[in-house]
Design a protein around this ligand. Structure first.
Ligand code: HAM
Length: 439
């Protein structure tokens, strides 16, 4: 019998001690996207299977091998393997193509791909993705790349290599596909079965097959950059010039073709140099909107994997700047004290101050130990004496310092003042540290 207590292979639980990393990255993603004028969207976890077949491409690994599909009634669905097809569907079904252009959207969402799990490759993973609609200008390509770079800077991630390429448009693609077909036909015997089936329909997909044999053969395949038309070449040169103007370092890697069928012209990846792991991938998809039944609407975007961001940030010792938000813990003895604590906690929470009290029935000593372990900034112990005098001691858990407080509305002001004092102290210490560091 399958072990029901084990999370499914390639999925992850996120425990309370790690959640701050996630919320910090999600917060930074929202802030960064907002800085560039992008608005958040949400779409369903599953969509019609045909959306991904037509959107992502029938001959891609994602569609051929990796989608989680299911049937309900007479309909066939797939869990979303990525966010771009869903975003285009959302734009079309809600008529957002009538909005003033450019349309700037972003999402933070889970994705599902039945890949073989390994470090940085999961079956359920999370993406921060941005999609920009309504412009074919090279400046938009540079802007999207700059947004990804700004996100990495804001997270403090270093040592990434930006690789860019142009894979041309459907016009120049034809000649390239023919050249590839000719090359791979001559090497057919060494290809995996899936790639043999791709030869006729879409030989470009052989270039991103994960089988080592196919990868070896692909190394000497014709390069797309030798086949792109003048318009695509001019566009690519303009993107590169714009990136230089913006001081964004990059290298042109003519082997990048990306694993999804919708891309046209610019494609790019940010790669963690140390691990060789792609943290972010994206590019233009000027034909996708019309291909899915909408108007001609050029578009582009990227997505970055949150799990891969966390892996890299952990490895590089980046700070998550988590906020310590456990403020007051009431340690109590007896029912009356517990009732008083509940009443005071309610008042404090109404003022935006986090407050907790014992829900387990532990001894006073055990409660204080708990408060210490959980990192509460302050504690207030309440027993019969405190109830009778209506006063107690507010203890600063870091310094051990205590101040008297009354067990009524006035406690709010007292705790507020104590928080302000503590914050000022921390600020002074930081300024002092900076002075030493800079001298
Ligand atoms: P993608 O390259 O398939 O592109 O995925 C983007 C990012 O998602 C990858 O660079 C990686 O960080 C993360 N990722 C992908 N697969 C996995 C996995 N199995 N486990 C963990 N992380 C993974 C797209 O999905 C496109 N929709 C990006 C895009 C948006 N292009 C234009 N707009």
């Amino acid at each position: 019998m399958a072990n029901i207590l084990k999370a499914p292979r390639g999925t992850m639980d996120v425990l309370p001690d790690k959640i701050d990393k996630w919320t910090y990255i999600e917060y930074t993603a929202r802030e960064t996207a907002n800085l560039f004028g992008f608005k958040e969207i949400r779409f369903p976890t599953f969509e019609s299977i045909d959306l991904f077949r037509r959107g992502v491409g029938e001959t891609t690994d994602v569609v051929q091998k990796e989608m989680f599909t299911f049937t309900h009634g007479n309909s066939n669905f797939a869990l979303r393997p990525e966010g771009t097809a869903s975003t285009v569907r959302l734009v079309l079904s809600n008529g957002l193509y009538n909005d003033p252009m450019p349309l700037k959207l972003f999402y933070i969402t889970s994705c599902f791909r039945g890949e073989r799990p390994q470090a940085g490759r999961l079956r359920e993973f999370h993406q921060f993705g941005v999609e920009l609609f309504g412009t074919a200008e090279p400046s938009a390509d540079a802007e999207i790349i700059l947004l990804a770079k700004t996100m990495f800077n804001n997270l403090g991630i270093k040592g990434l290599r930006l690789e860019i390429n142009s894979i041309g448009c459907p016009n120049c693609r034809k000649d390239y596909q023919n050249a590839l077909r000719e090359y791979f036909t001559s090497k057919q015997d060494g290809l995996c079965d899936t790639c043999k089936s791709r030869l006729g329909r879409n030989p470009m997909r052989i270039l991103d097959c994960k089988s080592p044999e196919c990868q070896k053969i692909a190394e000497a395949a014709p390069k797309v950059t030798d086949y792109i038309c003048d318009d695509c070449r001019t566009h690519f040169e303009a993107v590169q010039n714009q990136l230089k103007n913006l001081n964004v370092d990059f290298i042109v890697n003519t082997s990048i073709v990306r694993g999804l069928d919708y891309y046209t012209r610019t494609v790019f990846e940010f790669i963690d140099e140390k691990r060789g792991l792609t943290l972010c991938g994206g590019g233009r998809y000027d034909g996708l909107v019309s291909q899915l039944g909408g108007p001609e609407l050029p578009a582009l975007g990227f997505a970055m994997g949150l799990e891969r961001l966390i892996m890299t940030m952990d490895e590089q010792g980046c700070s998550y700047e988590t906020e310590q938000n456990k403020t007051v813990y009431f340690a109590t003895i007896g029912d009356a004290a517990s009732k008083k604590a509940a009443e005071l906690a309610l008042k404090l929470r109404a003022e935006g101050i986090s407050a907790e009290y014992d829900l387990v029935g532990r001894s006073m000593k055990a409660q204080m130990k708990y408060a210490n372990r959980k990192g509460f900034a302050f504690t207030v112990a309440i027993g019969d004496n405190e109830l009778n005098s209506n006063t107690a001691e507010l203890k600063n858990m870091q310094t051990g310092e205590t101040i008297p407080v009354t067990l009524d509305d006035k406690i709010i002001e007292a705790i507020d003042n104590a928080i302000v004092k503590e914050t000022m102290k921390e600020l002074e210490e930081t300024i002092e540290k900076d002075k030493i560091f800079n001298s």
